[in-house]
Design a protein around this ligand. Sequence first.
Ligand code: AMP
Length: 219
Amino acid sequence: MRLVLMGAPGAGKGTQGEVLARRLGVPRLSTGDMIREAVSSGSDLGRRIAGYYEAGDLVPDDVVLGLFGEAFSDPASQAGFVLDGFPRTPAQAEGLDGLLQSVGLELDIVVTIDAPDDELVRRLSGRRVCSEKECGAVTHLNMLPPGSGRCPACGRDSLSQRSDDGEEIVRNRLLVYREQTRPVWDYFLRAGARTASIDGIGSPEEVGRRLADALGVAA
Ligand code: AMP
């Protein structure tokens, strides 16, 4: 299955995308992960794009298309994929179309996960991530004993806040989503893509069931 997962920051694309990709046996391609990796590597490219990332702004389209194109050229992606956080502008959506056309493939469906802004801010400002590379678990302050920095998945004292999850930056990311990414949904509608919207409120399991229903796959 070739699927685009859309939704504002905090809507649950990462959580749902990971579970779904595992279930379908296809790669989850997250441009956010690619960008974090580039930034933390300290490479020339990483230094060039760090400012955009830290401010919650979009990294320029040519850079993102370059990173995505590299991941997409991996033969594992030709059998199917879950796209998480890409495309985020109409220019990126056109770039994706071009890449797909060049290998004779089409998207199966574009799904957007909806959630209101106050819920997104609550989720993102309380989000904590495990900085251990081989763990990388994502959790929320609500799930942790007060003051604990211990990762519930690997048990190490390695939880921290993502640098772009501070409240002010989160507000900017939501604005950027509305102004620059929402038009991608209209782009797909105009292009006649199969689309579905699901309610992102509820437990990850509940949202996962709605997603599976929308896709017609087993939950
Ligand atoms: P995410 O982890 O998907 O929330 O992305 C985190 C940040 O990475 C975003 O706020 C942007 O700065 C950058 N980013 C991720 N995906 C894209 C994209 N497709 N286009 C531009 N910037 C992106």
